[in-house]
Design a binder for this molecule. Sequence first.
Ligand SMILES: O=c1ccn([C@@H]2O[C@H](COP(=O)(O)OP(=O)(O)O[C@H]3O[C@H](CO)[C@@H](O)[C@H](O)[C@H]3O)[C@@H](O)[C@H]2O)c(=O)[nH]1
Ligand SMILES: [Mn+2]
Length: 548
Amino acid sequence: MAKKEYVPLFETRKVKGRILFRCVAASIFLGICFIIMYRIRYFPVGGKAERWTWIGLFLSELWFSFYWLLTTVCRWNAVIRIPFIHRLSQRFGKELPGIDIFVCTADPLIEPPSLVVNTVLSMMAYDYPPEKLSVYLSDDGGSNLTFYAMLEAANFSKTWLPFCKKFQVESTSPEAYFRTASELVNVQEWLSVKKLYEDMKMRIETTIKLNQIPEYIQKQHKGFREWDFVLSKHDHQSILQILIDGRGTNAADIEGNPLPTLVYLAREKRPQYHHHFKAGSMNALIRVSSKITNAPIILNVDCDMYSNNSKTIKSSLCIFMDEEKGDEIGYVQFPQCFFNLTKNEIYGSSLRVMLQLEVLGFDANGGPSYMGSGCFHRRETLCGKKYEKNYKVDWKKINDKKVNESASFLEETCKVLASCTFEHNTPWGKEMGLKYGTPVEDVVTGMSIQCNGWKSIYLNPEREGFLGVAPITLLQNLVQHKRWVEGVLQLFFSRYCPLLYGHRKIPLKLQLIYSTHHLWAANCLATWYIVVVPCLCLLKGISLFPKV
Ligand SMILES: O=c1ccn([C@@H]2O[C@H](COP(=O)(O)OP(=O)(O)O[C@H]3O[C@H](CO)[C@@H](O)[C@H](O)[C@H]3O)[C@@H](O)[C@H]2O)c(=O)[nH]1
Ligand SMILES: [Mn+2]
């Protein structure tokens, strides 16, 4: 019998325009050689000031040449990936793995609960079997307002999910959908769902304004009683509530279809214990979810990034489940795209060069870095597992293990996993989970997964997978960029320097690509020099450039 022919679930294509890019690069290289020759040949023999400015300029130019070389190496063999979703459905039908989605929020004032609700609803409405989907919200703000908003979301999902399914709604975030949707299929139904949404939004916003939850609502859910023991945002016990238990018979939408599981978690916070920001909350979620649903694939999003494409889970599975190349993939990263960009984008908030060019080079040489949001991980990679050659996943078996405990039992027993002391003397934050001690936990965690032998893949479908809020004012941009560049520069001088930590673990080219990013801030020295010194020289009559 002939061996069944292998049909890939995704394809890798070279980026168009490679030859042109290489020609341009070659001409720039030639130009750089001429500059270097000129600096050496015409080294001034005269005054001291002249000589030192000349040396300074030469060093700046050498730095830029080096940096250019690094970025060119990175962009040299850029690739893109194309998933074939229809093949996935044909081959696996309903036998798809479970997906745990982690949404992180930290502050109900900066990240309003109505925004979080939209993100959560958009995730619940993925085009994916709901019984295999679970959404976990980590609330580092420990706020009963966010908890209340989640209850509202759980309730509204009963109408929203069947509506999305029936009319193939895109995007599945109600706010975004009702803001942009113009075509109507069924006006009556559209209007009634819109009204339900707006009523919910108004209730949530009024509660936020009042800053307290009415008594009669508090009586509706036992979860509110937890806040009797909350001293402050920084001082409270773990709160874990399974708002929708996907296994339960009463988890059904208005049409009787199953609903995804929805879990609210506010991990324990005590002033004397460090909480490690987002990394800490992700690690608590990894542990808690392992007891409740334990899906083999984890999707992580920031609470300000809603799903804009209901096929995203399926496209990422095309990568993980490809029989030949899928088993070595540790994570699949989607770009962070934004819906609130200003017309001229004067601060470059869309990160275009990074997300549409450089990351394609990353992908060709071992894989993109983990960017914190819009990333699908194999659960094992987050738990520190090393890739072993010939590692194979049996997707049909992977979901066999069922959790039988009741929701209230799980709520009680899993709390300890989110306590402040749980991680003491364990590898969490070091060899397991997201790494602690850096403002860019995603970059280090991604690189360490790659150092454990896994590859990663970048997917950038035509319809953006996720849309979020970009910083648009100068101040917001400065704050965010300062945090990023400082964070990665610190990494370069730490034990996580890609050239040391990645030595013999990831390809040299990938080490260099990481280094380009880490050294981005270092460009400022050469930039300052080139901007300031030649102007001063002009005043002093010192000549630094060839006469034309
Ligand atoms: O103590 C905290 C602090 C933050 N967050 C959440 O972490 C996410 C990212 O934080 P934010 O302040 O919005 O940082 P950004 O600079 O916008 O985030 C980018 O950069 C971070 C560091 O590289 C990554 O963690 C993010 O995923 C990535 O989107 C948000 O959802 C927060 O709610 C927490 O859960 N707990
Ligand atoms: Mn953010």
